[in-house]
Design a protein around this ligand. Sequence first.
Ligand SMILES: C[S@@+](CC[C@H](N)C(=O)[O-])C[C@H]1O[C@@H](n2cnc3c(N)ncnc32)[C@H](O)[C@@H]1O
Length: 341
Amino acid sequence: MLRRDIKDYHFRADAHTGLTMRWGKTLHDNPSWAPVPELADLSISNHCSKECAYCYRESARNNDFLSVNDYCKVLDAMRHPEYGNVFQVAIGGGEPLEHPDFVKIIDATLERGIVPNFTTNGIFLTEDVCRAIQGKVGAVALSVTSVTELQEEKIAMLRKYTIRTNIHYVLSAKNIEEAIEIVSGKYEAHFAGVNAIIFLTYKPAGRGTKEDALRRGEQLDRFVKMVNAHQNKGLKIGFDACFVPNLLHAGFGRPELVDVCEAGYFSVYVDHKMNVSPCSFSGGRDAWSLKEYDFYDIWVNMFKGYRNRQQNRCEHNDCVAHEVCRGCCPYYPQITTCYDN
Ligand SMILES: C[S@@+](CC[C@H](N)C(=O)[O-])C[C@H]1O[C@@H](n2cnc3c(N)ncnc32)[C@H](O)[C@@H]1O
């Protein structure tokens, strides 16, 4: 169990279950940010031969990889001189499994006491890969935009090696009807062996087009209603932080128990060129290079302006979540559907 108590910031994290907890001065307070990020989202390449038509990173067959050496430099830069390192990393790209040194990257992460997780299109997932990473990773996420893309044989393979598997479902205006069916339990059998399905908000970024972004309206209302009714179903469901304002505004759950956008407060993104920014969707905004600056100079000082701007941008004074929600996404305001964008 990782225990971190730094002044009014308290954090516990269990590498085995992935369970994390944080509190502030007392158990009833939320700390405003973490002196050491809890999670780092790391892109280890921008190379991907699948070349999805909606990829926000515009990844392609470009052999643009972060070297293992530079990857280690990123991890070591994130180790705070007094308080230790991030608890976990979410490795992405590009396609992580096309990185020539992928297993070395997993091992280098573990050697530093950090939990590695990664997200993949699954194409290059083999028995050899599963054997090499068995017992080493927190979870693997397989990305899809439709139930028809679920690779059930890959899910079964991961299960055989007892590797916790999530499905990352990119939720857009195109597939929201299917998402409603998923939440209603229609495809439960297809998700056998899956830990949870996480809905990722579609971003109109890179090759992602504006037309496919989620819109306020009857379909989104129906989706949130199904989520609210879901509680006792077998398949666990979750959301990326970008979707949280939409859920909270629609009256989902108890706002004080829901994690709002953590980017730049509790989590950080480092791209394959070693640029540090609050999240992977900043598109070069609020970004500083590790080749020029010390990581904690960026995290503590350079991010200060962003954090001040983002503390609470919620303009809905009457919303039940007004006090806790950060409000509109600074990078893609149109994805925060409770706003008139
Ligand atoms: C860029 S991919 C890189 C990792 C890996 N190649 C994969 O397919 O999971 C990381 C995640 O971003 C998601 N993604 C790609 N384009 C997106 C977009 N326009 N909006 C939201 N998520 C997107 C993918 O589905 C995947 O879950």
